[in-house]
Design a protein around this ligand. Structure first.
Ligand code: PSU
Ligand code: MN
Length: 304
């Protein structure tokens, strides 16, 4: 029995030629953004990767096959569908074994990218330790995946809906390098600055690529988390967002939202409470991450 894995023709050709490839997740399309901005963003992110000289590989499970690289038609169908499962590490095998369809989270996208030989993956933000985790135990499987699977993940920090100090503690315990790009503090997704010092700082794509390859030489399991701050002109300052996030969290608690539903619920409520501004910032930061990921993938390909 083999893994039902299909590379798109473009990704297969890039892979055979040793060209830089950037993996992209699909949960952000199906659960992280509303239609039609989700499709428009997914297309623009792919274009941003291409403009920076790399090949995009958007990843999803369609009818029991793990697709690495989606045709424009498949991407559009996925963005339009409203009954797609959210697949993390725990869900991937069941979905594939039963012929299901699902969108991959950061964790499942890392697993898939690694299977396809892709080292670099761009997203918006990673999952982390939720506020109130001391009672709910809600800690994203993304953190454990970063400790396990050797893919460099570029995000704009962790979402301010999370408990950021606890998220950093878990990443440190798991031995995951958290690298802020070009600044000392950890960025906080919609905001440039979380107010927390980042454990590590690097300033160039070349340094991040060298560090990725050094981990491989050392035989270390797991990936790197690269926290790339949102451009200043696109950010929503943390102080402005804090009361909005608190309100969204209260509503989630009052409605008993739990498990997989928490992140999509909070993102949707924050979208409504900011009258769409959070989505605009989210789109800008994903594009920014796609560009940096393409540079890092190019640096890694040049050194191999
Ligand atoms: N970042 C976004 N939007 C999203 C997510 C991240 O801007 O929708 C998704 C990612 O797929 C991430 C997931 O892996 O949320 C985390 O979900 P959970 O907290 O349930 O592990
Ligand atoms: Mn969770």
């Amino acid at each position: 029995m083999t893994v039902p894995l299909t590379l798109s023709p473009e990704v297969a050709a890039a892979s055979a030629a040793g060209k830089p490839i950037v993996a992209l997740e699909s949960t952000i399309i199906t659960h992280g953004m509303p239609w039609p901005q989700n499709l428009d963003t997914a297309q623009r992110v792919e274009a941003a990767v291409r403009d920076a000289g790399a090949v995009p590989a958007t990843i999803a499970v369609l009818d029991g096959t793990l697709h690495v690289g989606l045709s424009p038609e498949r991407l559009e169908a996925l963005a339009k569908a409203d009954d797609v499962s959210k697949l993390s590490r725990a869900d991937l095998a069941v979905c594939l074994a039963t012929g299901g369809t699902g969108a991959t989270t950061v964790a499942a996208t890392m697993i898939s990218a690694h299977l396809a030989g892709i080292s670099v993956f761009a997203t918006g933000g990673i999952g982390g330790v939720h506020k109130g985790a001391e009672l709910s135990f809600d800690i994203s499987a993304d953190l454990r995946e970063l400790a396990e699977t050797p893919v460099t993940v570029i995000g704009a920090g962790a979402k301010a809906i999370l408990d950021l100090p606890k998220t950093l503690e878990v990443l440190e315990t798991q031995g995951v390098p958290v690298i802020a790009v070009g600044q000392d503090n950890l960025p906080a997704f919609w905001s440039q600055d979380s107010g927390l010092p980042a454990p590590l700082r690097l300033d160039t794509a070349a340094e991040i690529a060298a560090s990725h390859l050094m981990r491989r030489k050392l035989g270390l399991h797991g990936g790197q988390f690269v926290a790339n701050p949102i451009p200043v002109e696109d950010e929503i300052p943390a102080a402005e967002l804090a009361p909005i996030i608190a309100r969204a969290q209260q509503q989630a608690d009052a409605q008993g939202i739990a498990a997989k539903a928490v992140t999509p619920f909070l993102l949707q409520r924050i979208f409504e409470l900011t009258e769409g501004r959070s989505l605009e910032a989210n789109i800008a930061l994903v594009l920014n991450n796609a560009r940096l990921a393409a540079e890092i993938a190019t640096e890694i390909a040049a050194r191999q």
